[in-house]
Design a protein around this ligand. Structure first.
Ligand SMILES: C[S@@+](CC[C@H](N)C(=O)[O-])C[C@H]1O[C@@H](n2cnc3c(N)ncnc32)[C@H](O)[C@@H]1O
Length: 455
């Protein structure tokens, strides 16, 4: 297993703040599964609860109901979170809550009884990145039938990959934003050499051109438009990492302004449908930026209580200008900027967020669960149309559409898998119908072959 350095992820600011919003979305599928579970005292297992956003949202959703829920949390040894502790206390109103220490791939040894529901939000990309790549996530999928009750559920949520069937499809994208060019120049060579990712085949090479000449990606000129040909999954990875780095740079205070990223002020929409919002922010004491940048931001903002508010599009524009300057300073060795960059690159910059498209994910879970459940033949598949969910990120997509010639959709992909007895032909038929709109014919054939071993 490759290193999952707990100190990378246990910075109190990380689990408690950086990754702890959107509890309602994180609790959506486990809550739906609870409603579909007939038993009087369901056993729900959440793997990798982080700061406990889903635990709190579930406690709120379950309050006032007669039925109590036994919640077991599984977290990597050494990872601690104050907000998780508070969330666990809050859960005692609606049931019991126990924290076990271990890894996703050891759940069969950790749990003393099967679960009615297993929930994993933003976990599989970590298992992929730190727990053995595809072998790690496939092993996890094979464990599921043994730890789920018959008729149980696996609630999956993670970063949306891309719409196509494969992450390796070669596409051509153009970049002309200095901040993006500078980011790609710093990020891509390091991710490709140090990250765990699937882009090793001859057909996966990233080829960048500027002024029609091929340029090494680490030597991109940030003042010249670049045309990049690469697997779509790799370009999705670059896009996703830019967004997480932008968040990190904001939160660090190094850009000179920090937006409010969670809670009510983060949802000050001017037009939700188009992702247009006002951004609330405070100024910090960062002093390496030219004074004109701060003056510019203030000139387009309004004072609001103890902070400022500005149109989101203008805020994004100012952020990109500051980020370009910040990344250039980091590359030149400015100590403060290099430290913020290094902290992010070490903690998140090697992760792979998009490891399977929805088609590949559903197929992999079905095939590996069916493979593992030979004694009592069963399979994990979404049982109804609505069990495959895509939640788009309006604000990010608006920004990406403004900044990139070829933006890829930013969203979360969620699937509620049901543990189905393969002898139940009616349920199986419904499940195969439910995945037809998402899985291509080759994938359907693979699932069918896995369900009928030996022909
Ligand atoms: C990106 S955070 C997501 C937290 C939370 N589920 C959410 O959606 O906000 C990943 C979580 O999974 C945990 N984790 C990472 N690898 C794990 C593994 N192999 N087994 C169990 N937990 C793991 C991390 O410590 C962290 O709590």
């Amino acid at each position: 297993m490759s290193l999952f350095a707990t100190d990378r992820k246990t910075d109190p600011g990380y689990l408690d703040a950086a990754a702890n919003g959107r509890g309602d979305e994180k609790a959506l599928l486990p809550h739906r599964a609870l409603r579909r579970t007939g038993t009087t005292r369901p056993h729900l297992v959440e793997i990798g609860p982080g700061g406990g956003a889903a635990v709190t949202a579930l406690a709120t959703a379950l309050r006032g109901q007669d039925r109590r829920v036994d919640l077991t949390l599984i977290e990597v040894p050494g990872v601690v979170s104050d907000s998780l502790n508070r969330a666990m206390e809050g859960f005692s109103d609606v049931g019991s809550c126990t924290l076990l220490r271990g890894h996703a791939n050891g759940i069969d040894r950790l749990l003393d009884r099967p679960a009615h529901i297993i929930s994993a939000s933003a976990l599989l990309h970590e298992v992929y990145s730190y727990g053995g790549g595809y072998a790690g996530i496939h092993a996890f999928m094979r464990t599921l039938p043994a730890v789920l009750t018959e008729g149980g559920f696996f609630a999956y949520r993670d970063v949306y990959a891309v719409g196509g069937p494969s992450l390796h499809e070669r596409v051509t994208h153009a970049y002309d934003s200095p901040a993006w060019l500078q980011f790609i120049r710093l990020f891509a060579p390091r991710y490709l050499s140090e990250g765990i990712h699937p882009y090793h085949h001859a057909q996966d090479e990233l080829v960048a051109r500027q002024d029609s000449a091929i340029v090494a990606v680490g030597e991109l000129d940030r003042r010249t438009c670049a045309v990049v040909r690469a697997p779509v999954g790799l370009l999705r990875e670059i896009q996703r990492h830019y967004i997480t780095f932008r968040d990190h740079a904001w939160r660090s205070g190094a850009l000179g302004f920090v937006p409010v990223l969670d809670g009510q002020p983060a949802a000050d929409w001017l037009d939700t449908a188009s992702g247009h919002k006002r951004v609330h922010y405070t100024l910090t004491g960062a002093d390496w930026l030219p004074r004109s940048q701060r003056a510019m931001l203030l000139a387009v903002s309004e004072p609001y209580a103890d902070h400022y508010v500005v149109d989101g599009d203008i805020f994004d524009e100012c952020t990109d200008i500051a980020l370009a300057a910040f990344l250039t300073a980091a590359e030149r060795g400015d100590t403060a900027c290099a430290k913020v960059w290094e902290a992010w690159a070490t903690r998140e910059g090697r992760e792979t967020y998009a490891y399977l498209t929805l088609d590949e994910l559903i197929t992999a879970v079905a095939v590996h669960s069916a493979d593992a459940a030979r004694e009592h033949p069963s399979v994990l598949l979404p049982a109804q149309d609505g069990d495959i969910v895509l939640r788009r990120r309006g604000y990010y997509n608006r920004y990406l559409a403004k900044r990139l010639a070829n933006p890829l959709t930013d969203a979360k992909q969620m699937v509620l898998f049901s543990h189905i007895d393969t002898a139940d032909s009616e349920k199986l038929g419904q499940a195969l119908a439910a995945i037809r709109g998402t899985c291509g014919k080759h994938s359907l054939a693979r699932v069918y072959a896995a369900l009928t071993p030996g022909g």
